[in-house]
Design a protein around this ligand. Structure first.
Ligand code: AHR
Length: 354
C-alpha cells in the first residue's frame, strides 16, 4: 500500500509538471518545442511557432527586470541627451530603471552601486566618472551574482570578467579624427601653430583617450604644438574660465582643441570677450555634436566637430535583456559616429535631435 501511495504522489507531481510546461509556465528552453536551435536565425518579427514573438519569447526577461543605473552627472548637453535616451529606452522596453546621479564624484557612484547590490537589482549599469578604482565594488557585484554593464566610459580593471560588456564610443579614434583634420588644414604651414587644449574630467576615459589620439596624429607635423593643456571638467563654465586664463598667458593662440562642445562653447564666450573672432582668429575643434555645438559650427564659430553619440539607451536595454536571458553579449559594442565641418553642420542642424 505504502509503495502505491508513494508512486501515486510521484505520478501526480509529474502530471502537474507536464501541465505547467504545456501552459508555458515559466520554462525558459523549448517552450515552443523548438529548443535552442536557430533561435537567433529566425526572421525579424516572426517567431518559429508563428505566434506574436513578444508573447512567445519565453525568456527569463519576460518577467520584470530592474536595472540600477549610475550616471556621471549633468555636466554637459551630451550627458543630458544620454540620460534622456536611457530613461526613454527603459520605459519603452518595460525595464524598471533605478536612476542615480553621481554629480561627477566617484564616491557617489560607488555608494550607488552598493545600494543597487543591497536592493538586489537584476543588472547594474554605469558610466564611470574616472577609469581607475573600481575593482573592489565590481567584485562585490560579482559575488552577489549581479551582472554589470559599462556604458559610455570604460574602466581600467585588468579582470574583464567583472563586467559583461562595454557599450560606447572609441575615444582614442575621436582624438585621432580631430588630429587628422588639423594636420590636413596645416599641411603646408611654414610657421609654428600654437594649440591650446581643454581637457575633459581628469582621469576620465574620454579625457585620457581624446588627448592620446590627438597627440598621436599631430606628431606627424612638428609645426603643430600643444602649448597649454588643462582640464575644463567638461563644463561650459570651466571651459570659459580656463580659456580666459589661456588668453591671458599666451599672446599667440592659433587653435583650440576642446574635448567637448560645452567647454568649446564656454571658450567661445571668452574669445569673443577678448575681442577675437572664434573660428577665424582661433580655429576651434570640439567633440560631441550636440545641438548647441551644431549651431555654433553652422555660424562658423566652431570649425570641426567630431561626433560622440549619446543615444545609447536602446543598445543598453537590448544588452540588459540579453544578459538576463543568459545570451552571449559582445564584450565591446562600439558606437558608430561621424565628423562635421561647418558646412556639414549647416546642412545637418535641422535634423539634430539633441
Ligand atoms: O563620456 C562622454 C563625454 O562626457 C562627453 O563627450 C562629454 O560631453 C561628457 O560629459
Amino acid at each position: 500500500m505504502k509503495v502505491f501511495r508513494k508512486s501515486g504522489i510521484i505520478l501526480a507531481a509529474a502530471l502537474m509538471l507536464l501541465m505547467s510546461a504545456a501552459c508555458g509556465g515559466g520554462g525558459s528552453a523549448g517552450g515552443n518545442g523548438s529548443g535552442n536551435g536557430g533561435g537567433d536565425a529566425q526572421q525579424p518579427g516572426v517567431s518559429q511557432s508563428g505566434q506574436d514573438p513578444a508573447v512567445n519569447k519565453e525568456n527569463a526577461s519576460d518577467r520584470k527586470i530592474t536595472l540600477g543605473f549610475s550616471q556621471v552627472g549633468a555636466e554637459s548637453g551630451w550627458r543630458t541627451a544620454n540620460t534622456k535616451s536611457i530613461q526613454d529606452a527603459a520605459k519603452e522596453s518595460g525595464i524598471e530603471l533605478k536612476f542615480s546621479d553621481a554629480q561627477q564624484k566617484q564616491e557617489n557612484q560607488i555608494k550607488a552601486i552598493r545600494n543597487f547590490i543591497q536592493q538586489k537589482v537584476d543588472v547594474i549599469a554605469f558610466s564611470p566618472v574616472v577609469e581607475s578604482g573600481w575593482d573592489t565594488v565590481l567584485k562585490e557585484a560579482k559575488d552577489a551574482g549581479i551582472p554589470v554593464i559599462l556604458t559610455d566610459r570604460a574602466v581600467d580593471s585588468k579582470d574583464t570578467s567583472l563586467y559583461e560588456t562595454f557599450i560606447g564610443s572609441d575615444f582614442v579614434e575621436e582624438g585621432r579624427s580631430a588630429g587628422k583634420w588639423l594636420v590636413e588644414q596645416y599641411k603646408d604651414t611654414e610657421e609654428e601653430i600654437n594649440i591650446v587644449e581643454l581637457q575633459g574630467t581628469t582621469g576620465s576615459a574620454p579625457a585620457i583617450d581624446r588627448q592620446k589620439g590627438f597627440a598621436e596624429e599631430i606628431a606627424f607635423n612638428p609645426k603643430l604644438k600643444v602649448i597649454a593643456s588643462q582640464t575644463g571638467d567638461f563644463t561650459r563654465a570651466k571651459g570659459k574660465e580656463v580659456m580666459q586664463a589661456f588668453l591671458k598667458a599666451h599672446k599667440k593662440i592659433d587653435v583650440l582643441y576642446a574635448h567637448n562642445d560645452d567647454m568649446g562653447l564656454g571658450a567661445i564666450q571668452a574669445i569673443e570677450a577678448a575681442g577675437l573672432k572664434p573660428g577665424e582668429d582661433i580655429i576651434i575643434i570640439t567633440v560631441d555634436g550636440v545641438k548647441d555645438g551644431f549651431v555654433a559650427a553652422s555660424e562658423g564659430k566652431i570649425n570641426f566637430i567630431v561626433e560622440c553619440n549619446p543615444l545609447l539607451g536602446p543598445q543598453l536595454m537590448d544588452a540588459v535583456r540579453d544578459v538576463v536571458d543568459g545570451k552571449d553579449v559582445a564584450k565591446r559594442i562600439v558606437t558608430v559616429e561621424g565628423v562635421f565641418t561647418s558646412e556639414d553642420a549647416k546642412r545637418e542642424l535641422p535634423n539634430r535631435q539633441y
